[in-house]
Design a protein around this ligand. Structure first.
Ligand code: B12
Ligand code: SF4
Length: 487
């Protein structure tokens, strides 16, 4: 069978990234002799001709779309075009169809939906099609045929991840990805997360499968090490190993065995994601001993009530402070993940997030505006509280809100996005001042922040702040480029 994977990338920041899901599907299908190809679509209007000639050139049997929620509008536009330009049947899989199969199967131009993990289901579908057999009864696959929809049950999760081949880096052209261009070797050693944060898709995904208790799975240490070895040899420009797993050190004994083996085999530094509750001295020391140079940790909100009651993250503030201070002590860099624009948030609560970042002093910060994913607990809260606006989708994802919050306007949120990092810097500097001066400056900064983010002021200030931000980014870029040329 000839299968073409189509990946629309509408999020500027995600452009050219490597996608483990599609790469895993391609590797699995290639084992059975199926021919796979891959195309990224960044800008449909500019790429329409290229896309149509790709469809004709490849003589495709199946066009396979993968979609997160933010990319689905692009898939919905591509699907009818695909049907007009080729005889291929279409299937859509990924996180969005998994959570919203009904919406996706009723979309024009989409013949099938894959709910959940795709390797076994897609291979079975190819096999059935190749042998002209009935395709309306394949677990995980919903089929729209002759005006009828066949909604098949999900199959159990793959319990033993080692049965899967290493993800494909050839068809997906790893060498042309942003990841390799920035010298990153990206890997995933696990699937799933046991936590139930209300804004994240993990709690819904877990519910789908009959063997839910096996939701969190790790590859064997030898399997992931063997893959790293191969990739590092194939791509000698890699300088940093980056693990995309939700929480790599979830299982302490697995992590210890992994780091011990990694240290013996490689001298490349690595980075990982971790939950604040798991960044203990013991874990951080193990990580450091293998060459971990950066841990990315979710703060999400600096306000205790928001964290616990809204985000369902039972993490004490002290735990967050400890996690970052352990990393600082051991010389491991940190990055904090933060969200603003959450339900029930106020300017004061956002200030708590800014101040907590100032206390923990991460080397990097990611700040996004909260987006409610359909199906998540927090989406339901937004629905119940009538916080959802008419806007379903925002162009610059995570830089704008689709919510109509009671205490914060979109302009206020955008102002916070611009001033977040400078304020973290300013609050963190207060510590160095004599106590009484520090307290006065700290209080002054608080009043200043609440003042400039008040409703009447943001409308005047936001364009000014955005203009200054663009100029500063431009100057920084110019300086960086200038520094690369030796006099
Ligand atoms: C690694 C990762 C990234 C990477 C790579 C993204 C990618 N698409 O692979 C990077 C850093 C680029 C990234 C960026 C973003 N991410 Co991200 N990311 C993840 C993470 C942690 C793992 C994804 C992964 O590789 N999983 C492992 C693979 C094997 O699973 P999979 O991708 O789901 O694929 C399987 C099935 O879905 C299915 N399948 C997938 N496609 C297809 C297609 C067909 C035809 C078939 C049959 C089956 C099929 O088969 C695959 C193999 O079993 C997930 C969390 C998670 N637990 O999944 C979040 C997650 C996908 N990301 C999320 C978000 C929000 C983002 C960003 C918007 C964040 C931001 N502001 O930048 C961007 C946007 C990315 C984009 N282009 O849309 C959300 C998406 C929520 C949603 N409803 O859409 C998730 C679910 C986390 C969350 N908050 O819950 N992300
Ligand atoms: S800890 Fe991270 S990956 Fe796990 S449920 Fe919470 S947000 Fe999702």
């Amino acid at each position: 069978m000839r299968i073409s994977f189509v990946y629309p990338e509408v999020e500027l920041e995600a452009r050219g990234k490597f996608y483990h899901g599609i790469a895993s599907l391609i590797a699995y299908l290639r084992q059975f002799g199926h021919r796979c190809s891959f195309i990224r679509v960044n800008n449909l209007s500019a790429q329409q001709q290229e896309y149509e000639s790709f469809l004709r050139r490849e003589e495709i049997d199946i066009v396979a779309f993968s979609a997160t929620t933010n990319m689905f509008p692009c898939v919905a536009a591509l699907a009818p075009l695909t049907k007009r330009s080729s005889n291929a049947i279409t299937i859509c899989g990924g996180i969005h169809p998994t959570i919203n199969p009904e919406e996706v199967i009723t979309t024009e131009g989409i013949d099938m939906v894959c709910v959940g993990e795709g390797e076994l289901a897609l291979a079975e579908l190819c096999d059935m099609l190749q042998n002209d057999k009935d395709i309306t009864n394949i677990a995980n696959i919903w089929v729209k045929q002759d005006g009828k929809i066949y909604r098949n049950q999900p199959r159990p999760l793959i319990e033993e991840l080692d049965i899967l081949p290493f993800v494909d880096r050839e068809i997906l052209s790893y060498k042309n990805t942003f990841d390799l261009q920035t010298k990153h070797g990206v890997f995933m050693a696990s699937r799933g997360c046991p936590n139930r944060c209300s804004y994240c898709c993990n709690h819904i995904l877990k519910q789908i499968y009959p063997n839910k208790e096996k939701y969190v799975r790790f590859r064997s240490v030898s399997h992931i090490i063997e893959e790293i070895e191969k990739v590092v040899l194939d791509f000698p420009s890699i300088e940093l190993i980056s693990f995309h797993d939700d929480i790599l050190p979830l299982n302490k004994s697995w992590f210890k065995e992994f780091v011990d083996t990694y240290r013996r085999k490689f001298s490349l530094p690595f980075e990982l994601n971790c939950h604040p509750n798991l960044v203990t001295k013991e874990i951080a020391k193990i990580a450091k001993s293998g060459g971990c140079i950066r841990i990315s940790i979710g703060i999400e909100s600096g306000n205790d009530w928001v964290r616990k009651e809204i985000l369902n993250r039972s993490i004490a503030k002290q735990q967050i402070l400890d996690a970052f201070s352990i990393c600082n002590e051991l010389g491991i860099k940190t990055l904090s993940y933060n969200m603003i624009g959450l339900p029930f948030e106020t300017r004061r609560k956002i200030l708590d997030t800014i101040q907590l970042n100032a206390q923990v002093k991460p080397q990097g910060m990611q700040i996004s505006i909260f987006y409610p994913y359909q199906g998540t607990k927090l989406f339901e809260v937004c629905q119940e509280e009538k916080l959802l606006s008419q806007k379903k989708w925002v162009k610059n994802y995570f830089k704008d809100t689709i919510l109509q919050l009671k205490d914060l306007t979109p302009a206020q949120l955008k102002t916070f996005l611009v001033i977040f990092k400078p304020l973290v810097w300013a609050f963190s500097k207060c510590e160095a001042l004599p106590i009484s001066t520090g307290k006065i400056v700290y209080g002054g900064l608080e009043l200043f922040t609440l003042g400039i983010t008040s409703r009447p002021l943001v409308n005047i200030l936001l364009p000014l702040l955005q203009g200054t931000y663009v100029i500063l980014r431009f100057l920084k870029y110019k300086m960086k480029r200038g520094n690369r040329v030796k006099p």
